[in-house]
Ligand binder design. Structure first.
Ligand code: GDP
Length: 170
């Protein structure tokens, strides 16, 4: 008899094309995937993660695609994705962070994700710029390539670690 894993909701934000769907589907290939049911189909991306001997399930929600009643579903974390080869997506991400922190007054975990770092020669946003905006809004910062599956595991673990820290600051 295993105990029921904790179930957390993660909202994935970012304009079309930055790699949100690619990232969440790459999570499924992680070495941290646990034994509970993993589902990945339209409107439902539930990923079981085994970290530090404890299993949690993360529900990834794209509010543009998925129909979710946020009155019913408490949010545990946000990931705000931009593409490092598209400066306008970085501007959108900065606006989103501002809204989350100042309009919704959320104290939830937020991770700013710089995706597509494999497109080195097309890069328009430096790591220093990304880190600066993340720290301005008290967010974690991660750089990934969903295409090459680089640092995607670290992002998955980082999301869960942040949620656990938030829920149990001791
Ligand atoms: P979404 O609209 O934010 O969900 O973005 P998608 O996951 O559908 O990705 C949009 C496009 O970017 C697709 O053609 C992906 O193959 C591509 N893509 C996603 N992540 C990466 C990445 O890390 N590097 C590169 N080069 N392409 C990527």
């Amino acid at each position: 008899n295993r105990p029921m894993p904790d179930n957390f909701t993660v909202v994935v934000l970012g304009p079309p094309g930055v790699g949100k769907a690619s990232l969440t589907s790459q999570f499924m290939t992680s070495e941290f995937i646990g034994v509970s049911d993993n589902t990945y189909r339209d409107g439902e991306k539930t990923i079981s993660v085994l970290l530090d001997g404890e299993e949690s399930t993360l529900n990834f929600v794209d509010p543009v695609i998925d129909e979710v009643d946020f009155e019913e579903t408490p949010i545990d974390a946000f990931i705000v994705v931009f593409s490092t080869n598209d400066r306008s997506s970085f501007d959108v991400a900065a606006d989103t962070l501002h809204q989350l922190r100042h309009e919704f007054v959320t104290n939830k975990a937020i991770i700013l994700v710089a995706n597509k770092i494999d497109l080195v020669r097309k890069r328009q946003v430096t790591a220093d710029e990304g880190r600066a905006v993340a720290s301005q809004f008290d967010c974690k910062y991660a750089e990934t390539s969903a295409a090459l599956n680089h640092h995607v595991d670290e992002l998955l673990v980082g999301i869960l670690s942040q949620i656990r820290l938030q829920n149990d600051p001791e």
